[in-house]
Write a protein that binds this ligand. Structure first.
Ligand SMILES: Cc1cc2nc3c(=O)[nH]c(=O)nc-3n(C[C@H](O)[C@H](O)[C@H](O)COP(=O)(O)OP(=O)(O)OC[C@H]3O[C@@H](n4cnc5c(N)ncnc54)[C@H](O)[C@@H]3O)c2cc1C
Length: 430
């Protein structure tokens, strides 16, 4: 190569793309950057549920081609399946995934950013393949969309909820806010079930098939979406119960899905025609038992997103142990930190500008159908003191506009975009 240090970024969705762009921004042309991802586009996962409930194909609206976006920043792209990381020899093994039969490759790095997300482990749920539904990718989203809009769904009860998340020990002892922690979560990400529950109610009403009493939402935890803070969740639950939704907490794991419903670990069975499930978020198999990984295969970092034993290795997004809940908004905060840390390591930024540790904020805008959405901004679960909930049309506009802005700026959503969202959602819709 050209003698410049090589930063290798594994994963090219939100956290991988964001980290690579921030590294380019803070290091200029002093580094070579390569992204490896098995697919050559970014999938805008958070807007798949809205597409499903509006009968739109997410394959059309939620993908952004990566190569032209990366070329603007001189970031190399390899479409390949990552197979393993040799942390002692600074090497990653991959197989090009453009077409089958490719010979395996190896690539060296000076700095590594692991942004590979997780495996959404539907295969661990007995009966999911035959009787379950979800909205986490294009295939599942379109399958549910067809059931909802092409006559497959007959108007029966709907159950929506999460399997139990198995968090590792990689974030224990971190203190993001004075006296705070990265808590242990029983569900990986519960904004989506809340969003789907509200959107499903709007769908039922719009199609004349019933009201929220047909819908049961369940959680393995004491409180659904507990990361949003007790006050916010209390308000949400009050609104939901006034609307007629059914709620089951402390469900434990999902034991089995059948044609008739969902069997929960706590012994309850929920009758349901539609079973919309969010599974366990599990680390990729090859991440387990690496010296950089925690007890469940998530990458151990400090609050500067750096592995303590291998300081040339960073993690961002869902792959990082510290990302709890598994939320794109928290990954977004981490990309900035990774960019600054790599710039610090290479001498392009000073300590003061670079060493700004993660203070996670749950920032979530969920579609409710009918051009309405809820907006949550909270850090109280981690020891902060903010908990904001708003509902209405402005949060909906923000959710849609955020995606448009993201695509228009090729992922470089300006900070003012987020501040502006906060202003609009919290002041104007107050
Ligand atoms: C239905 C749903 C709705 C959501 N809504 C919201 C929301 O409103 N707000 C929010 O903040 N978060 C939301 N989330 C969570 C959000 O989608 C994730 O936190 C976010 O996608 C994580 O980004 P990431 O880049 O870390 O991982 P991912 O988005 O999972 O990306 C990982 C990338 O790594 C690649 N990859 C994985 N393994 C390999 C391999 N072995 N080799 C090569 N490439 C590989 C994948 O192809 C992918 O491109 C939602 C999640 C779901 C499921």
């Amino acid at each position: 190569m050209n003698g410049k240090p090589h930063v290798l970024v594994l994963g090219g969705n939100f956290a991988g793309l964001g980290s690579a762009q921030k590294i380019r921004e803070f290091c200029g042309e002093h580094v070579n950057i390569t992204i490896v991802d098995r697919k050559d586009h970014l999938l805008f996962i958070p807007n798949i549920p809205a597409d499903v409930f509006e009968n739109k194909d997410p394959a059309i609206g939620q993908r952004m081609d990566l190569p032209p976006v990366l070329a603007q920043d001189h970031i190399e792209f390899i479409q390949g399946e990552v197979r393993g990381i040799d942390v002692d020899n600074h090497e990653v093994q991959f197989t090009p995934s453009e077409r089958p039969g490719a010979a395996p490759g190896r690539i060296q790095y000076d700095y590594l950013v692991v942004a590979l997300g997780n495996r959404l482990a539907y295969e661990k749920i007995d009966g999911f393949a035959e009787f379950g539904d979800s909205v986490s990718d294009i295939y599942l989203g379109n399958r549910l969309r067809r059931k909802l809009w092409d006559g497959g769904y007959k108007g029966g009860p709907i159950a929506i909820g999460s399997a139990r998340f198995h968090q590792g020990d990689g974030a224990h002892g971190l203190e993001p806010y004075p006296g705070g922690t990265i808590p242990d979560a029983l569900a990986a990400c519960e904004g989506p079930p809340v969003e789907v529950m509200l959107s499903a109610a709007t769908y039922l009403k719009k199609t004349g098939q019933g009201d929220p009493e047909k819908i049961t939402v369940f959680t393995p935890a004491e409180l659904i979406a507990e990361d949003a803070g007790e006050k916010v969740v209390g308000e949400l639950l009050k609104i939901a119960s006034d609307m007629g939704f059914n709620y089951v907490n402390k469900a434990g794991d999902i034991s089995r899905i059948t044609a008739e419903g969902i069997e929960l670990e706590n012994g309850k069975t929920l009758d349901a025609e539609l079973k919309i499930i969010f599974p366990d978020w599990v680390a990729h198999d090859f991440m387990r038992d690496l010296p950089i990984s925690d007890s469940e295969g998530f990458v151990i970092t400090d609050l500067l997103m750096k592995n303590p034993k291998y300081p040339e290795i960073f993690a961002a997004g869902d792959a990082a142990a510290v990302t709890v809940p598994k939320l794109g908004a928290i990954g977004h905060q981490q990309c900035e930190i990774v960019g600054r840390q790599v710039a610090l390591a290479l001498g392009h930024m000073g300590d003061e500008a670079a060493n700004k540790p993660l203070q996670p904020v749950v920032h979530c805008i969920g579609d409710m159908g009918n051009n309405q959405a809820f907006y949550i901004r909270s850090n109280s679960w981690f020891g902060g003191d903010e908990q904001v909930l708003k509902m209405g049309h402005i949060p909906f506009l923000l959710k849609m506009q955020y995606k448009n802005l993201f695509f228009r700026t090729h992922g470089k959503v300006p900070d003012w975009g987020l501040d502006f969202s906060k202003l609009l959602a919290e002041k104007i819709s107050a």
